[in-house]
Design a protein around this ligand. Structure first.
Ligand code: NAI
Length: 320
């Protein structure tokens, strides 16, 4: 039997945990000994209105079960810093941050207003920024921190009617990948998840027989695993749905290095080599890569430099 992953004395902030996935996380963290800040603005799916009830109900349930939790009703994108302050004021630190709060304003791009675009980016992306920004100095100081950014399959692959949402969601992946690098030396791990689960966000979109299999409790275990002090997974993207857990990564085609002679940098040269540029299978020329950092380009640049080029006299020489 493996050890039980406990969170005793860990302080966890979960934004938007008055319902859906956030609530499921909050209940489980508290059950395992964490001190939880249950943040929720308590508005509608579209982001209208507010109410303290959503967060209060979750805190009451945690307390009834003997757990420790405090409610917070601030909006992530307006007063994200106050949510972190609530953790400091009540519990003296912040160890784990789950950026989970979100809204939807689905509409085809042709009809999407600037307000609909900005409102969604604001809550998801700027909200996560505010929380990360306020929690970061504490995590640096204590040399411990775990952050989860909630992305979405819609962000990774695109989805009709969700230009605003998918822009924000892939933004959260990029932010996680950079914070993972900046946090690396300081023992701060940052990952992104792309869940699919039953909640008010999906109940009118997916058919009932699919929804039945997508209980939010099936998303919880991986989030707790990734944020436990015994794990050091970072810089990664995971997909979770209905009990499936898998990792996603970037893949670069084997590609084609073009002759550095300006003569060859033409759209026609691309046309001739398009198959090679987009080939993910051919290993003869260049290995398909799974880059995880900018410097993973270096190899390609070195290879390009070594390509023989024609000089004016038609003789080959190696580029230096
Ligand atoms: P949900 O609507 O039940 O949960 C979102 C919570 O965030 C709500 O309780 C809401 O009141 C709160 N919230 C909204 N704006 C806020 C703000 N400005 N400040 C503080 N709280 C705010 O939906 P669900 O499904 O639990 O979503 C959780 C996260 O998972 C979201 O980021 C969502 O985009 C993401 N997600 C969910 C998927 C699903 O299949 N349910 C799929 C992919 C991503």
């Amino acid at each position: 039997v493996s050890e039980k992953l406990l969170f005793k004395d860990k302080v966890v902030i979960i934004t938007g945990s008055g319902g859906g996935l956030g609530k499921a996380y909050a209940l489980e963290y508290a059950k395992r000994g964490a001190k939880v800040i249950v943040n929720d603005l308590g508005g509608t799916l579209g982001g209208g209105g507010s109410s303290s009830r959503a967060a209060d109900v979750v805190v009451e349930e945690i307390k009834k079960n003997g757990g420790i939790a405090v409610a917070n009703y601030d909006s992530v994108n307006v007063h994200g810093d106050k949510i972190v302050q609530a953790a400091i004021d009540n519990f003296g630190r912040v160890d784990i941050l789950v950026n989970n709060a979100g809204i939807l304003r689905d509409v085809s791009f042709a009809k999407m207003t600037e307000n609909e675009f900005n409102a969604v980016v604001d809550v998801h992306l700027n909200g996560a920024y505010k929380l990360c920004k306020a929690a970061w100095p504490y995590m640096l100081d204590q040399k411990f921190g775990k952050i989860i950014n909630t992305a979405s399959p819609a962000g990774l692959y695109g989805n009709y009617g969700q230009a605003n949402y998918s822009a924000a969601k892939l933004g959260l992946v990029g932010m996680a990948e950079t914070l993972a690098k900046e946090g690396f030396r300081h023992n701060i791990q940052v990952n992104a998840i792309a869940p699919l689960a039953r909640s008010r966000m999906t109940e009118n979109v997916l058919p009932p027989h699919i929804l039945k299999q997508l209980g939010p409790e099936k998303i919880v275990p991986l989030v707790l695993y990734l944020t436990h002090e015994s794990t050091n997974v970072t810089n990664s993207i995971f997909e979770l749905a209905g009990g499936f857990y898998g990792q996603l990564r970037w893949e670069r085609s084997s590609g084609q290095i073009f002759n550095p002679n300006p003569k060859f940098f033409t759209p026609e040269a691309i046309l001739n080599k398009w198959k090679a540029v987009t080939d993910f299978k051919d290993k003869s020329f260049n290995e398909v890569q799974h880059p995880i950092q900018l410097s993973d380009y270096n190899d390609l640049i070195v290879k390009a430099k070594k390509l023989p080029v024609e000089n004016d006299q038609g003789k080959k020489k190696i580029q230096s």
